[in-house]
Design a binder for this molecule. Structure first.
Ligand code: GLN
Length: 753
């Protein structure tokens, strides 16, 4: 590409019939490989970047190396499509979904959408094939159509925009996760209504205010069943003229997202002339050896390895774990390399709380950010053991089995993010090969036997002991000499010492969580809640969603999270309407934590692009935006703050810059080598504002996870407010064991300061 920057265009001749480019946050590699397989099964030759090298370099390499073929099937990173498509000019772009992922690289999802729109505009002959259940994808289609129509109306010689949609026409009846990405109409900034929602923002949505709604489906799935994988029927409509007969598809691969992946494959394969039989043949033969839902047999334990690199993908993986029964191990590996995203706040958007109800789960945390993971799990009520690598997991499980606390064949799930996956996979490949003297490609879970060498004698005892373990939610290995003191703990027992005074709970209000909850900010309220519960102090969590009446009279702590510009604007309008009550709450000593967007709103004004939006005027600060939403201050950061002894560590990601008034004090001064805080003017760098009971800051992270002193500072203020409001004493902030939190803090502080 250095020699010939347009090598992709030069090599286009190799793709005789055309090409399909697969983009989207989740499922690209699986869909790309399955689509290539389906085309091959139908007798067509394919050139494909199968291993997931999806930047321009990966695509150029695949096109250089590959033989001329009927079709190119090429996976492409969302932000690189704008670079690749003008040269590749593919026949189809297959757009799977857009979820928040690597926001340190992408900023806000709007930016990815802008980039995909411009990519499609650079290649007018390309047809967009997209998941219409995802409003973020549908909005891209509607924007390209509007731009293209305008060009045509202006007399420009461009082809009209063509698109093909796919989606699921019935509810899959999935339990909803706490944080979903976009539930707001991007055309008019109103909250969507859903007939049904699958996961994330996917579903049958419509805007109550404008005409934007899920487009009609050209390829639709129904009759979805989740038994031994996923099965469903697909109907194709020929632009409303005729209906085809339904085609049944089945895959042994688990996960509700597989329904969308398979539907995407079927749609693109059909457009490329494949028969339904060839699609099913490819699906049936599909045996990923790339760490995506890959099965192993190691130490007599069935092992499933999968990639998960964002909250939506992770939550879907937790559902797969939840489908298992009985005692078993689950290991999470999270790295923070550039390819993963340096910011790991997103682990707070994963519903790890669901693991608490899983009987006999033994949980491990690995990867370079294992300390953060351990803290996250702790606040979910799950005790996780730190591991250096996947081999430690088998050692720990073997010890439990030796003691009769876990079946010798208890299965293992390993879930890893992008750069954490290859080392886990390499180790599993190696262990599988060593164990059965086969190559990794031969080794599979089919070889798993329930017992393994050295464990046979113990097996009967274990059975007896496990009868009780199976019925309890907790495996308690007892003395903890192997480092595991307890595995899954339910909520810590409440101390009832303060029962007399505990009549009225401390009320924590998470204001507009559906709008202001970016980069895991919602984790802060979870942390505040748990730190009260652990002390036996009664607490009520109040989520005031968009549309709910917002009141502060009986509230003891207010939390406002960060948000993308659009959501932040809507939130600010909602708060503006109750600004007098809000000001009164502050005047009466009510504590407030505002993060990023939620901090900007508190000042006199803030900017949305060029538009100046009035703030609540609660603090003496102004927020300006020198550049675009793409010109962001994004980095790890550490502060020295007057309200903490330890450095306050976090992650900032904002386009706007905040300037404090003369008399205002910051939350802290920046002591890290990286990070800017409030703004990027020269001189001493400072972040946030500390004004009486108000704490505003740019630190995500989740802020309170690694900074328990700040959490307790806020809780102290909440207790004071509660005492004043009710005349009762709710309890005292007795010391907690913060060793995990402080270890996570020290790990980052050492890196940054
Ligand atoms: N949208 C605001 C900005 O970019 C706030 C972002 C945030 O809350 N992280 O400045």
């Amino acid at each position: 590409m250095f020699i010939d920057p347009h090598i992709i265009a030069e090599l286009r001749w190799k793709l005789r019939k055309g090409s399909v480019v697969v983009v989207g946050t989740n499922g690209k590699t699986t869909v790309n490989n399955l689509l290539a397989d389906a085309m091959e099964a139908s007798g067509q030759s394919v050139l494909c970047n199968r291993t997931g090298a999806n930047l321009d370099s990966g695509i150029a390499s695949a096109m250089l190396q590959g033989r001329p073929a009927d079709w190119g099937v090429l996976e492409c990173d969302e932000l690189w499509l704008a670079k690749v498509l003008p040269d590749l000019r593919s026949t189809y772009v297959l757009l799977l979904n857009l979820f928040r992922d690597q926001l340190d690289r992408c900023g806000e999802i709007d930016r990815i959408q802008d980039s995909i729109v411009s990519a499609l505009q650079s290649s007018p002959e390309t047809t967009l094939v997209y998941n219409a259940d995802d409003p973020l994808c549908a909005f891209i289609a509607s924007r390209v159509k509007a731009e293209r129509d305008a060009q045509i109306a202006a007399g420009e010689d461009v082809c009209p925009f063509h698109s093909v949609t796919f989606g699921v026409v019935e509810s899959m009846n999935l339990q909803q996760n706490v944080v979903a990405d976009a539930t707001m109409c991007q055309a008019c900034s109103h909250m969507f209504e859903y007939d049904y929602r699958q996961y994330g923002q996917l579903g049958a949505y419509r805007c109550p205010s404008c005409e934007f709604s899920r487009p009609g489906l050209d390829f639709s799935a129904n009759n979805i069943r989740f038994a031994e994988g996923v099965s469903f029927d697909v109907m194709a409509r020929d632009r409303g003229r005729s209906l085809s007969r339904p085609v049944a598809l089945h895959s042994k691969l688990a996960g509700s997202y597989m329904a969308y992946n398979l539907l995407a494959v079927y749609t693109a394969a059909t457009l490329a002339g494949c028969s339904p039989e060839s699609v099913q043949k490819a699906i049936s033969a599909f045996d990923p050896k790339n760490g995506r839902l890959q099965e192993y047999c190691i130490d007599g334990r069935r092992t499933l390895l999968n990639l998960a690199k964002n909250p939506t993908g992770f939550n879907q993986n937790l559902r797969i774990v939840a489908e298992g029964e009985g005692p078993r191990g689950v290991a999470f590996f999270i790295n923070d390399q550039i390819v993963d995203g340096r910011d790991i706040s997103w682990i707070w958007d994963i519903d790890f709380e669901e693991l608490v109800s899983q009987p006999g789960l033994v949980v491990f945390a690995g990867g370079s950010r294992r300390n953060d993971l351990q803290v996250r799990l702790k606040y979910a009520g799950v005790k996780a053991q730190l591991v250096d690598g996947i081999e430690d997991v088998y050692d720990a499980l073997a010890k439990l089995s030796e003691k009769g606390q876990l079946p010798a064949d208890a299965p293992v799930s390993a879930i890893a993010n992008y750069s954490a996956l290859p080392p886990v996979k390499a180790k599993l490949d190696q262990m599988a090969e060593a164990e059965i003297g086969m190559t990794a490609s031969q080794a599979g879970a089919a070889n798993c036997t329930p017992t393994h060498t050295g464990m046979v004698a113990l097996h009967e005892d274990i059975e007896a002991q496990l009868a009780s373990a199976r019925t309890s939610a907790t495996i308690m290995p007892g003395d903890g000499d192997d480092g595991i003191s307890e595995c899954v703990e339910s909520e810590r027992p409440l101390s009832h010492a303060d029962d007399d005074s505990a009549a009225t709970p401390i009320v924590i209000a998470h204001v507009l969580p559906d709008l202001l909850n970016l980069y895991g900010d919602g984790g802060n309220v979870r942390i505040l809640e748990q730190r009260l519960r652990w002390r036996g102090i009664p607490v009520e969590m109040r989520k005031l969603h968009y549309g709910d009446p917002i009141g502060f009279d009986d509230v003891d702590l207010v939390f406002l999270g960060g948000g993308p510009d659009r959501e932040q604007k809507l939130a600010s309008e909602e708060l503006e309407a109750v600004s007098d009550e809000f000001a009164e709450y502050i005047k009466q000593g009510g504590p407030l934590l505002g993060i990023c967007g939620g901090y900007q709103i508190l000042g006199k004004t803030w900017l949305l692009g060029d538009e100046e939006v009035p703030g609540l005027g609660i603090v003496d600060a102004e927020t300006k935006r020198p550049g675009t939403s793409g010109d962001r201050l994004v980095d790890n950061i550490a502060l020295k703050s007057p309200i903490a002894n330890a450095p306050v560590v976090g992650y900032e990601n904002h386009a706007s810059r905040t300037y404090l008034g003369d008399g205002a004090s910051p939350f802290g001064t920046v002591v890290s080598r990286t990070g800017s805080g409030n703004n990027d003017t020269e001189g001493t760098k400072a972040d946030g504002i500390l004004d009486g009971n108000i704490l505003g800051t740019y630190l995500h992270g989740t802020l309170l996870a690694k900074n328990p002193e700040i959490a307790d500072w806020l809780l102290g203020k909440a207790l004071e407010r509660h005492a004043k409001r009710t005349g009762e004493k709710a309890g005292a902030l007795t010391p907690l064991d913060d060793s995990e939190e402080l270890a996570a803090n020290a790990f980052m502080a050492k890196k940054l300061v």
